[in-house]
Design a protein around this ligand. Structure first.
Ligand SMILES: [Fe+2]
Length: 274
């Protein structure tokens, strides 16, 4: 039996890396403090494998082939291909095909039909939190791409169910393994839209309050009403909902929230008590 030893969430706005050298001291200090605490909590979980849920930012998939959910089942994954992310120290990232395939098998038993990939490149969505939180050495990663980029998106209710299924898959894994889950993305941001750079702080704070309240139905209702108006990047909150599902909708602990205009993102960091 494997054990779920931690559930975490982190923003991953690319400007956190692209603009790092030109950020002022306040956002730098804020982000450094958040990533440091996130990293401390992830390392304290002593995970043998890390399931990371992130969107794919047009690196592996495009509108000619756009799965709702894709599980990376490869022995290895490629590091971030973004030309501005060459400082990432790993060109290859170890996978955990046994756990990944068990997740896929469990998913099909629970009426999900994810696609699979034996060769994913893990872009900044996966790698910024791993890098900035200081997760080194990297444990084997099971990457799960959730389509937050281009409609149709999986519903928030379905994302929660997906997370619950992940927890079941971990619990039924036939082997001793400590598994943590890290969801990345959000909170509100707008990219390539007329209001690019807008952060919907009211949405973010209410969203965090709903996670803390531990009321999944209330969270679904709020997100179904407001998610579409908080910038296209807010769609990535679906990954947090999946993490919330893995934690059975309980135990949310905010590490930090800071709406940082310099990186265009309402930056959020959290963990769940499991
Ligand atoms: Fe993103």
């Amino acid at each position: 039996m494997a054990e779920l030893v931690g559930v975490f969430a982190s923003s991953h706005g690319p400007m956190i890396v692209r603009s790092w050298s030109t950020l002022g001291p306040a956002p730098k200090e804020s982000l450094t403090a958040a990533f440091t605490e996130l990293g401390r909590r992830i390392r304290a979980a002593r995970a043998d494998a890390l399931v990371v849920i992130s969107p794919d930012h047009w690196v592996n998939f495009f509108i000619d082939n756009l799965p709702g959910i894709c599980v990376g089942v490869g022995e290895t994954h490629d590091g971030p291909p973004e030309p501005w992310f060459k400082a990432f120290p790993h060109r290859t990232i170890p996978g955990h095909p046994q756990l990944a395939n068990h997740i896929v098998e469990t998913a099909f038993q629970r009426d999900f039909e994810p696609s699979v990939s034996y060769k994913l490149a893990l872009d900044h969505g996966f790698c910024i939190p791993l890098w900035k939180a200081g997760i080194d050495p990297l444990p084997p990663i099971v990457p799960i791409v959730l389509n937050d980029l281009e409609p149709p998106h999986p519903s928030v209710k379905r994302c929660f169910a997906w997370g619950s299924m992940l927890a079941e898959a971990v619990a039924s894994y036939p082997g001793r393994l400590r598994v943590a889950i890290l969801a990345t993305g959000g909170l509100s941001h707008s990219i390539g839209e007329p209001d690019m750079g807008r952060i919907d702080e009211a949405f973010d704070r209410e969203c965090l309050r709903r996670f803390e309240a531990g009321d999944p139905q209330g969270l679904f209702g709020f997100l179904n009403e407001r998610l579409g108006q908080a910038g296209n990047g807010a769609a990535e909150v679906r990954n947090w909902v999946a993490a919330h599902g893995a934690a059975r909708g309980r135990g949310f602990e905010l590490i930090k929230y800071d709406p940082i205009p310099d990186v265009y993102v309402g930056c959020g960091f959290a963990s769940w008590k499991v």
